[in-house]
Design a protein around this ligand. Structure first.
Ligand code: CA
Length: 543
């Protein structure tokens, strides 16, 4: 019996080897090994907790729901390829708050009861640890809820004329002005609330406020959080506070408790101001110039002008590295404040846009549902950008966002349907992340040069890291192109991986489109000649 079993095992091994080499063909992505990240360079995935997965059927997603879906995100087996492969999670706000979005925090030391408990959170951290996923949490430092106990106490004290107690934590003044426009009931005091009267701005120059945030940071780092996504960085500056100084203080304070803490800031501002904010020393600031409807990635996915994109990316990265040599660009297409990218682009363009931002040096932030092309049901309110994740088109979730049910079938299929389709959006994303994990130089490297192929729609750049040079090349043309690599680009080029955005699912809905894509197919590298299908992206090792 034992002998029979071992013969079977050998037969199976031989068979599977044959199968592997057959189906692998020339595809390097099937053969290359993933490198597991142990630094700050990650493929992040942003989870809007209330919309992701509901574990207890109360119509709101929760932390146990996230835990139940971790294997979908990363099962801890980097080379088995049946997960998305992300290795970082950004959790949208989760602390107690009466609003559905939780950006007005009432208690910085707990989990909102809609989402679970601190025990659930500890389990999430432990399960993420097992899988090599780092977790960063959204931290709202600019303002609290008007129902935060400190603000309530401050307002009570001001009614008695007491200005030197809790009032020092916030920004109050007698008499109104454009900045101090919200009145404290029954007093002559007004306060700063950049976003709304329900969100009073903290006084970030006051040492007491800084001490309070130090406690908060320590509390969450002690619980195993790996870092923070800092909300509303642009608003840190006021009459007394220098935003850059505050951010620098905040980052260095957190480093006292975890020297590897990772921080990414939401500084939704002009690029020049973002560049300068990198002087604070913070690891990352979101690259808003390249994101959203008019951003470089979406515009390039539409126009195909990848040569120009490569030049802009080199310039942007150069500018942030000038301010902070350890800066990590934070690339993304959309987040919870933006219309879904699937509303802006068709499936091919959407895939191409994914390749453009994922293959840019730095960290990538994928907004949940982008990997299956979820569309916003309308483009007029924030809640519609935050609708439920569609796990199965045939079993839509009963998740309500801000009290409104807006869940409809996803045009491209739910997760379940897309897993079964070789060329689905989801499998495109999985392949992209696999390529990134097999070629760690893409994220970590510096763009040292752009590549000129005398075609504005074929663009690329050289990325150098630790003695390795990679070429990232995108064909933004709607037709197949052949280009020649010069000796200067790569003496002995090796194909490391590629994606083809025009390889779409031949479903009934897009049968017409597939028929047009007659040239869609595979990237080929024959000596120095590179064949690029329409809307394709390739990674080549130069030496
Ligand atoms: Ca729930």
């Amino acid at each position: 019996m034992k002998k029979l079993v071992s013969i079977c095992v050998v037969l199976c091994l031989v068979l599977s080897c044959c199968l592997c080499s057959c189906c692998a063909g020339g595809d390097p992505v099937e053969k290359n090994k993933a490198v597991v990240s142990n630094d700050k360079y990650r493929n992040f995935y942003q989870i809007w907790i209330g919309s992701f997965c509901d574990s207890n059927n109360d119509e709101t997603g929760d932390i146990p729901g996230i835990i139940s879906k971790l294997d979908y995100l990363n099962d801890g087996k980097p080379d088995e390829g049946d997960d998305l492969g992300i290795d970082g999670i950004w959790l949208s706000p989760m602390m107690p708050s009466y609003s559905y979005h939780k950006y007005n925090v009432e208690d910085y030391f707990n989990i909102d009861k809609d989402f679970g408990t601190l025990d659930d959170f500890d389990t999430l951290i432990a399960e993420c640890d097992k899988r090599g996923i780092e977790v960063i949490i959204d931290l709202v430092v600019n303002h609290s809820a008007s129902t935060h106990p400190y603000f309530k106490k401050a307002c009570e004290e001001l009614k008695e004329g007491k200005e030197d107690g809790y009032a020092k934590y916030y920004r109050f003044k007698k008499g109104s002005s454009p900045t101090y426009s919200r009145r404290v009931k029954d007093t002559d005091y007004f306060y700063e609330g950049a976003f709304s009267f329900e969100m009073p701005d903290w006084n970030l120059s006051y040492q007491g406020t800084r001490d309070y945030f130090e406690e908060i940071v320590k509390f969450w780092l002690d619980r195993g959080v790996d870092g923070f996504r800092l909300d509303a960085v642009k608003y840190f500056s006021d009459e007394e506070t220098d935003g850059e100084e505050f951010l620098s203080w905040f980052y260095n304070m957190a480093k006292k408790y975890n020297e590897n803490v990772y921080m990414v800031g939401e500084d939704w501002d002009d690029s020049g101001k973002v560049y300068d904010m990198y002087k604070s020393g913070i690891d990352s600031l979101f690259n808003f110039k390249f994101a959203n409807t008019d951003g470089v990635y979406v515009s390039t996915a539409r126009s195909g002008q990848t040569k120009d994109m490569a030049a802009q990316l080199k310039k942007y990265n150069g500018n942030i590295l000038k301010r902070n040599e350890k800066a990590i660009n934070a690339n993304f297409l959309t987040n919870h404040d933006m219309v879904r990218v699937a509303n802006m682009l068709d499936e091919d363009e959407n895939k191409f846009a994914a390749a453009l931002y994922m293959l840019s040096p730095g960290n990538s932030f994928t907004y949940y549902g982008e990997e299956i092309g979820i569309e916003a049901p309308n483009t007029t309110n924030d809640a519609s950008y935050r609708t439920a994740m569609i796990w199965d088109n045939d079993e839509l979730p009963d998740i309500y966002v801000n009290g409104v049910a807006e869940v409809t079938k996803n045009e491209l299929g739910g997760v379940k349907q897309q897993l079964e389709q070789k060329d689905s959006m989801l499998n495109f994303y999985r392949r992209l992340i696999k390529i990134k994990n097999q070629n760690p130089e893409i994220a970590r490297g510096e763009i040292t040069d752009t590549l000129d192929f005398e075609d504005g729609k074929i663009g690329g750049y050289k990325v150098e890291y630790n003695g390795t040079t990679l070429l990232v090349i995108h064909n933004g043309n709607r037709e197949e192109k052949e280009v020649t690599l010069t000796d200067e680009m790569a003496a002995n080029p090796e194909l490391r991986g590629y994606v083809v955005a025009t390889n779409t699912v031949a479903s009934e809905e897009n049968a017409d489109k597939s028929a047009q894509n007659t040239t869609a197919g595979e990237v080929k590298l024959n000596s120095k000649t590179l064949t690029l299908p329409p809307l394709s992206s390739v990674v080549i090792k130069a030496k």
